[in-house]
Design a protein around this ligand. Structure first.
Ligand code: HEM
Length: 427
């Protein structure tokens, strides 16, 4: 392993079989990579299990194919459209809290609960259906994710792997990929049959079905792409938010002074009412808490790119096809950026905003990435988290259960492997 160290700033090369990976943790270089608009650092090629999981869609595509869907997704998951989703999100949280109503002084695993909540929210808002309608797709995506995680460090030797018999996991992954595709196709067909003419509905599903029927070939997407785009949102749209909410409740359960501050702000803003979009935008303390949670426990740990053709990066000359790994976790835990208390939960560091917290270092805090490929669900997920946290804080105080075992694990996303058990106390 070749390592070039500049104090706490480190970049190093790692060989994963025949694949060369450059790990980068320096904000200036990360900015150069993620903000590049000349196509010098496109998305890394997906192979094997990851390709089956992510398909060829918004997260992985480049060029025209990407731009077409990004525009559509921007429209669905931004500002005005999000306002209309607030009542749907609140109703989904209310359903969850209804399940909690007999929990007073009792232990509950909120991480499990958030898994159900976030699938319900994405089903209602993006696909106009309930969780139950897409339940089998979520379950199959979860199984495929587990297979991807189990096999992520397996090395494939070019040429030789093709001669070997497929492993049980590979066979199962192929079966799941096919079943996910045919179930999604069924969901899209139902939408097409339900609607008259070319009005397929204003949600994400409706918009994707619509452009798969465009008469103008340049605007149209293929049925396969439509399926992959829907599958992407089934995956990206809920596990990430589940992780964020799980870590937020964990941190608030052990930092009860911040729980009280946040509850006081929520009561001041909404009283006993459901959250509304104007109030959500004013939740300053909750915003600081969420940012600090995303800093300490970023759900997406690493962002990857590849080198398109020979390019200079800082003092390095990178050859084509080299893969680049950007560690968000390393950035967020760098004491040179965040100070000696880097590992402590201190939401007050975000009091003056992200720029102040990072000393105007725009690439030091990247839970949602940076540049043109920044997370399209950023506002969606923070709105959802704020609504869920507000409604929980309005009804409950909570502390960590003695049964909780701290086990943050990298299972595609940073996840509390043993769940998050808290003791709820009704207010
Ligand atoms: C806490 C929650 C979330 C986190 C931490 C997160 C993180 C990220 C990050 C780091 C990226 C950039 C990846 C890169 O540059 O390679 C990204 C991209 C993306 N995210 Fe999220 N995400 C979250 C929630 C969501 C949600 C709720 C959705 C969907 C509703 C979503 C959909 C996407 C999509 C489609 C992309 C690809 C965008 C593109 O390449 O143009 N994410 N996310």
């Amino acid at each position: 392993m070749l390592q070039k160290s500049l104090g706490a700033r480190t970049k190093f090369l790692n060989w994963h079989g025949s694949e060369c990976q450059l790990f980068v943790t320096e904000p200036e270089l990360i900015k150069e990579i993620l903000m590049n608009r000349e196509g010098a650092f496109p998305k890394m090629d997906m192979v094997g299990y990851a390709k089956k999981l992510l398909g060829e869609a918004l997260i992985t595509n480049e060029g025209e194919k990407w731009a077409k869907i990004r525009k559509l997704a921007n429209h669905t998951f931004h500002a005005e459209s999000l306002k209309s989703m607030v009542p749907e999100m609140s109703s989904s949280v209310a359903i969850m809290l209804e399940r909690w109503k007999n929990y007073d002084g009792e232990e509950i695993d909120v991480f499990k609960e958030f898994g159900l909540l976030t699938t319900e929210v994405i089903s209602r808002t993006a696909f106009g259906s309930s969780y139950m309608d897409g339940k089998h797709v979520f379950e199959m995506v979860a199984k495929l994710t587990a297979l991807t995680v189990r096999n992520q460090y397996k090395v494939k030797i070019p040429g030789i792997s093709m001669l070997l018999k497929k492993s049980d996991d590979e066979v199962e992954a192929e079966r799941l990929e096919k079943s996910i595709k045919s179930s999604i196709l069924e969901i899209a067909k139902q939408r097409k049959n339900m609607k008259e003419g070319d009005n397929f509905g204003s949600d994400y599903l409706g918009q994707l079905v619509k452009i798969s029927h465009e008469s103008d070939v340049k605007k149209r997407i293929t049925i396969d792409q439509m399926i992959d785009e829907i599958r992407t949102i089934y995956g990206a749209g809920h596990l990430t938010t589940t992780s964020l909410l799980g870590w937020c409740i964990f941190l608030l359960a052990i930092n009860t002074e911040w729980q009280d501050k946040s509850r006081e702000e929520v009561n001041r803003t909404f009283g006993k009412n459901s959250p509304d979009s104007d109030g959500i935008a004013r939740l300053k303390i909750m915003n600081m808490i969420i940012n600090e949670c995303l800093r300490l426990y970023p759900p997406v740990l690493t962002v990857t790119r590849k080198v398109a053709k020979e390019v200079k990066l800082g003092d390095l000359c990178l050859p084509p096809k080299m893969n680049i790994f950007i560690s968000i976790l390393a950035l967020h835990h760098n004491p040179q950026i965040w100070g000696k208390d880097v590992h402590l939960f201190r939401p007050e560091r975000f009091e003056g905003g992200v720029a102040k917290a990072t000393n105007n270092n725009g690439a030091a805090f990247l839970p949602f990435g940076l540049g043109p490929r920044t997370c399209v669900g950023l506002n969606f997920t923070t709105n959802e988290a704020k609504i869920a946290l507000s409604m929980i804080l309005q009804k409950y105080k909570f502390v960590l259960s003695p049964n909780y075992v701290h086990y943050p694990a990298d299972v595609f996303l940073l996840t509390p492997k043993n769940g998050v058990q808290v003791i709820l106390k009704k207010i």
